[in-house]
Design a protein around this ligand. Structure first.
Ligand SMILES: NC(=O)c1ccc[n+]([C@@H]2O[C@H](COP(=O)([O-])OP(=O)(O)OC[C@H]3O[C@@H](n4cnc5c(N)ncnc54)[C@H](OP(=O)(O)O)[C@@H]3O)[C@@H](O)[C@H]2O)c1
Length: 311
C-alpha cells in the first residue's frame, strides 16, 4: 500500500510502498479515504516521542484518519466491515499512522462512527484539533457573557476554539492577520486582533481595561504567555496547548487551568461529530492535497483552519 513515511527521526517524509497491516484480535482495519494534518505529525517525525514509546521504521506518519472499516479481527464486536469511521491512529509501537491506504486500531481505541451528513474528509479533520478545543472549552466551564481571548485562532485548534467558545455564550476575541479576520468573524469571533500590527496584550488591554476571563493560547512561548496572563482577571482561566503555562504562578493569582494534554477519546470524538452533524460546528478545511504531496504540508506554517490529505 502507499504510505507517507520517514526512514529515521529527522528524515524528510516520502511516499513509500509498505505492507498492508494485519488485523489482530480486537483490531479494526480501516481503508482510509482522508487524513488530517497536525503540527504533531512533524514533531513525531523528528523524534518527539523517542524514549516515550517504541517506534517502528519506516515510520508511517499521521494520527487523524477517516475511512471505511475493511476488516475486523477475532473477538471484535463494536465495529463491522463497511462502517464509516474516524479515529486517532496512534498506538504503541508508533509508526503505523493514518497517512496510508490502511491503518489498524484496537476497537476500544479513539475510533468512532461518522454520522450521516458529515463528509469523510471533514471527519478526518476533527480528532486532534477539534477534540482538543472541545476539551479546553469543557474544562473551562465558560459562562455566557464572559470574554475569551484566543491566541493562534486561525489554525486548527483555534478555529474550533472560536466556534465552541462562541457557542458557550462567550464574547470571543480572536488573533488573526488582516486577511484572516473575516474568517474569524464568520466562525463566531466578536472581535479580531491583528498580532502583526503590535503586541496583542497592549491591543486587548486598550479595548478591555478590565481584562478578560479566559485565555486560550496555542502558540505563545512561556515569557509571552506570562505577559498575556496579565490580561486575565483573578479567578479566570488560562490554558496553553504547548506546555508554556507556569501553573504555580497561575495558582498564586487564583487562575485555573494550565497546560493541557488532550485526553479526548471515542466518546468525546462522537460528541463533536454529533455537533458537526447537527450543523452547530463547522469544519474549516483550508486545503486538501493528495497523499503523495503530504511532504509539502507536513510542518507547514501559516495554517488557515485544517489541512487534509485525500487518500
Ligand atoms: N496539548 C495538546 O493536547 C495539543 C493538541 C493539539 C495541538 N497542540 C499544539 O497546539 C499548537 C497549535 O496547533 P494547531 O493544530 O492549531 O496548529 P496550526 O493549525 O498550525 O495553527 C497555529 C496558528 O497560529 C497562528 N499563529 C502563529 N503565530 C502566531 C502568533 N504569534 N500570534 C497569533 N497567532 C499565531 C498561525 O497562523 P499565522 O502564522 O498565519 O498567523 C496558525 O494559524 C501546536 O503546537 C500543536 O502541536 C497540542
Amino acid at each position: 500500500m502507499r504510505a507517507i513515511v520517514v526512514r529515521n527521526f529527522g528524515a524528510t517524509p516520502e511516499l513509500a510502498d509498505v505492507p498492508v497491516p494485519e488485523t489482530g484480535a480486537g483490531m479494526v482495519r480501516v481503508q482510509l479515504e482522508a487524513a488530517g494534518v497536525n503540527p504533531f505529525d512533524q514533531r513525531m517525525a523528528t523524534g518527539f516521542l523517542d524514549g516515550k514509546m517504541p517506534h517502528d521504521f519506516p515510520m508511517i506518519l499521521g494520527v487523524d484518519g477517516a475511512g471505511i472499516v475493511s476488516a475486523v479481527g477475532p473477538g471484535t464486536s463494536r465495529f463491522a466491515v463497511g462502517d464509516r469511521v474516524v479515529g486517532k491512529f496512534l498506538t504503541s509501537p508508533a509508526g503505523h499512522g493514518s497517512f496510508a491506504e490502511y491503518a489498524v486500531l484496537p476497537e476500544t481505541g479513539a475510533l468512532a462512527r461518522i454520522p450521516d451528513g458529515v463528509p469523510t474528509g471533514a471527519a478526518a479533520a476533527l480528532p486532534t484539533a477539534g477534540v482538543t478545543a472541545q476539551d479546553m472549552v469543557d474544562a473551562t466551564k465558560i459562562e455566557p457573557g464572559q470574554t475569551v481571548l484566543v491566541i493562534g485562532a486561525t489554525g486548527g485548534v483555534g478555529s474550533f476554539l472560536v466556534q465552541l467558545a462562541n457557542m458557550a455564550g462567550a464574547h470571543v476575541i480572536a488573533t488573526a492577520r488582516g486577511d484572516a479576520a473575516d474568517q474569524m468573524t464568520r466562525l463566531g469571533a466578536a472581535e479580531t486582533v491583528d498580532y502583526t500590527r503590535g503586541p496583542v496584550g497592549a491591543q486587548v488591554a486598550a479595548a478591555h481595561p478590565d481584562g478578560v476571563d479566559v485565555l486560550f493560547d496555542v502558540v505563545s512561548p512561556p515569557e509571552t504567555l506570562a505577559e498575556l496572563t496579565g490580561l486575565v482577571r483573578d479567578g479566570g482561566t488560562v490554558y496553553s496547548t504547548i506546555g508554556a503555562a507556569d501553573e504555580a504562578a497561575l495558582r498564586v493569582r487564583g487562575i485555573k487551568g494550565g497546560n493541557i494534554e488532550s485526553s479526548g477519546g471515542a466518546p468525546e470524538l462522537s460528541r463533536l461529530l454529533r455537533r458537526v452533524a447537527e450543523g452547530d460546528v463547522v469544519v474549516p478545511i483550508a486545503v486538501t492535497v493528495p497523499l503523495a504531496e503530504a511532504a509539502s504540508v507536513i510542518g507547514a506554517a501559516g495554517a488557515r483552519g485544517k489541512t487534509v490529505l485525500a487518500i
